[in-house]
Design a protein around this ligand. Sequence first.
Ligand code: ADP
Length: 604
Amino acid sequence: MKEMLTWRQVIAQQWFLSRFCFKHAPGFMAYHLFEAVKLQVSIFFEFTFAMNYVLTVAEEGGDFRKVLWCMGILMAAIAVSTVTFAIYKHYVFPRGKQTLYQALRLEIYEKAKEIDLSCYDDKDFYENFILATEETDRCLDRFLVFETSIIARSVGLVCTIIFCAYINPVALLVMVAALPFELLCVLQENKKTVEVRMERLPYEQQREYGNRVFYLSDYAAELRLYPQMKEKCRRDYAEENQKMEAVNKKYGKKLFAYGVLREGLLARLVKDGAVWTLLLYQMLVLRVLSGAQLVTSRACMWRGSNYIEIVIASLRNVAENSAYIYKIREFLQMESTIVSERNEMLPEGSGSLLIEHVDFGYLPGQQVLNDVTLSVEPGQKIALVGYNGSGKTTLVKLLLRLYDPDSGKIWYHGNDIRDYQVMAYRRSIGSVFQDFKIYAATLKENVLMDVEDGSREESYLVEQALYDAHFTLEDNRLSYQIETPLTTEFEKDGINLSGGEAQKVAIARTLYRKQNLIIMDEPSSALDPLAEYRLNQELNEIAKDKTVIFISHRLSTVRDADCIYMMEKGRIVESGTHEELLMRDGKYAAMWKIQAGLYADALA
Ligand code: ADP
C-alpha cells in the first residue's frame, strides 16, 4: 500500500474499527482488553510491587508470615488468572475473532453486490478493492494485537511510572530524560526495517506470481503443453530468490553494525552503565536507597523503557494497518450511481422495449456504443449480430441496467427504465451471459440462484427447467439428482460439468424464472452444432410468447428472428429480416457468405 495517512486519519481509522468491533462483538472485545491489561498489570504486580514488598520485608528483618501472605495472594491471583486466560484463549478468542471476520466480510460482500459494475473497470479501484478484501482478516488480526497491545502496555507504563515516582523519583526523571533517545532508536530501527521490506517487495511479488503459476490448476494444463514456460517461471523464481538474497546481504551488514551499536554499545554501555552508576551512587554514597528500592527502581526503569519501545514500535504497525482500514472504509462508503429515480413498480406482463439514441463508453473518451436506436414489440424475437467487439454485450448490459447510458434513454413498458426499482427491474429479465458461472453449490441451487423454499413443486420446476434446457438428469454422475453438488471445490463427490452442460444449467436458470423478456448472449456457443440446433428449436418453442433478444455470431442460429440488427463499431449498420438483409447484399450478407463458406468447407 503506497500512500501513508496523516495521524489524524490514522486515529479516524482506529476509531472506526474499534466501534465496529465493539458493535459486533462487545463481550469479546471487553474480555480481550481485560486479558491484555490484566497481563501487564499482573507483570507489574509480580515483578515490581510484590518484589519490592518481599525484599523490603527481608531487608527490615520482618515477619516471614508477611512474605508468605504476599506470595499466597500472588499465587491465588495467578491461579484465577490462568483460568480466565484459558477460557479466553480456547473459547472466547476463536469465536470472537470469527464473529468479527464474518461481520466485516459480510459488510464487504453486501457492498460488493451493490456497487456499480463500472467500478470494476477502474483499475485503481479494483486493485485497491482486491487488496483491501484480501487483507480484511489480517487487518482485524493486527488490530486485535497492536491496538490492544498499546492500550495494555500504556496501562502497564502508567502503573510503573506511578510506582517509580513513589520509590525513586530521580530514577523516573532519568527514564523521562532518556525518552528522546529511546524514540530515536526505535524510529531508526523502524526506518531500516521498512527500507529492507520495500526493497524486497517487488521480488516477493514476483516470487508469489511464480508460486501461483505452479500451484493453481488454471495453469496446469498449459504448463504441460508448453514446458518451456514452466522452465522460464522456475528460472524467474530462482532469480528472484537470488535478488532477495542480495538485499538481505546488502542490509545484513548494516543491520548487524546497527544492532551492535544500538543494543550493545549505546543501550548496554552508555544507558545501562549510567543507570547503574546513578542507582549505586544513591544507595552507597547518598544512602537514600535501600537494596530493595535499588532492585525495584532498576526493574521499573527497565520495564518503563521496554513499554515505551513496544508502544512506539506498535504505532508504526497501527499506522500501516490504518492504510488498509482506510481502503476497506473507502469501499464500504461507496454509493451506487445506478439507483431508481422514482421507485416505480414494474407493470405485469410483456411490454415494448425502446432503445433511443444511446451512447456509451466504459472509459471517458472511449465510445463503445454510438447513437443506438432499436425497438422490440412484446413477443418479438430479435437478434443482435456482428463481429467480436462491435458492442452487442455492452448493449445488453445497458438493458439490464448494469450500466447507464452516457446519453439517450431506454424505455420499457413505456417508462424510462431508470424509474423502476433497480432489483425488481433486473429480476424481470431473464439473461444468459457468455461468461456465466457455475457455483460450488448443488445443481438445484445453481438453477434457483435464490433462497430455496424446499417445496416439492420447486424441485419439480427445477427439473422441468433442466429438462427444457436439454440437461440430462439420467447422467450416472448425478448420484443425488438435482441435489448433486457441482464442482469439486468442497465436496469430494461433487461433479465438474463440461462447457456445454454448464451452459445448459445457465439456460435452465432463465427458463425456471419464466420472465417475459429474455436476453441470451451466445447461449449455445459451447454446444456442438447438432445440440445447438436442437436446443434452439426447443428455446423457440418455450419462448414462443416471450420477448427474446438473442446475440450470436453464428448467423445460422438467428435467421428465424423477426428482426436482425447488425452491429459494427458500436453502431447499428443494418436491420431487417434474414431475407431482407441477404437481398440488401450488405455487411450481413457478406458475413453470411463467409460463414456459409466456412460450413461448406467444413462439410467438404
Ligand atoms: P461484443 O459483445 O460485440 O463482442 P462487447 O460489447 O463485449 O462486444 O465489447 C465492445 C467493446 O467494449 C470492445 O472494444 C471491448 O473491448 C470493450 N469493452 C467491453 N467490456 C469492457 C470493460 N469492462 N471495460 C472497458 N472496455 C470494455
